[in-house]
Design a protein around this ligand. Sequence first.
Ligand code: BTN
Length: 328
Amino acid sequence: MGSRVDDIAVELLDLLRNSPERYFVVQKLANKLSTHGRFINEALRGLAVWGYKFDFDDKMRVKFVSAPDSIFPHEIHHYLKTKFIGRNIISHFSVPSTNSLAFSLADEGAAEGTLVIAEKQTSGRGRLGRSWHSPQKTGLWFSLILRPDLPPAGLPGLSIVTATALAETIISRLKLQAKIKWPNDCLIDGLKVAGILTELSAELDKAKYVIVGTGINVNQTLRNFPPHLKHKATSLRLETGTEVNRIEFLADFLLNFEKMYLQFKKDGLKPLLPKIKKRSSLLGRQVRLKQGKKTIIAKAIGIGIDGALIVKRRKETLRVTAGEVTVV
Ligand code: BTN
């Protein structure tokens, strides 16, 4: 979008949408938006091409019916209640990886809170050098550009904050028992529903910026998962049994995330630890920790104020800051 008709389309959409039950006379809409009736019709046709649905009555008055399931910035803004997270949106149909694109944009000075989102990723990246399956329009694949005043050691904390905000959104919005698996996964009934890849660009001992990449399986059916993921992954749709509105879910998550992130920036992880521990799937359980070639079995007993996982092996207490953890 970008031309005069596009500007009219956006204003028109807001007008129609704010009174979803009401039929509007086209000429009255034109007067309200200080334009001509033919531009209103042109804008309506344009919006229909984008997937918006309208109804016309026998007097050719128009009413808003539905919006498309698309990650248009305008669509996201419609539901967004945040102050700065997601206020600047870079939305693409297809990119190799939103994290990689977010890196370039952050280098060019993109503002804190910028949301980089795509309908599909062709080389989505996961943790530990893995790839992330990101098929078209089924999930939410996005990255946030953040500029916290944080030493690189604070990074695991940010992943946990994101995972917790995500679990809280799933629980409050969909009433599903979501859990976080330290440091960056979100699980439902032991199956992975979302993953977080936090990367940073650092200068000496300070993060220049941090990219928090999040992949959420939203509307996949079993068919949409490749064989190697069928028994490990799930989607919100598979768990609820109904299609989930991606845009409303995203807006809710961004608000939850903003609240937690602001608190994290102000006071660190400490005040958030009770919430994090409540949602953790590992605490109190025997876990297998893989760090490079080394594997140890220990009991997960806590999460430190720096985001490290605290485990106990015989009499020894260890702080784990990286690696892969699975419940034994
Ligand atoms: C993991 O569990 O291994 C982390 C997965 C992170 C995937 C997201 S999708 C959006 C963003 N862009 C990427 O390339 N990766 C992250």
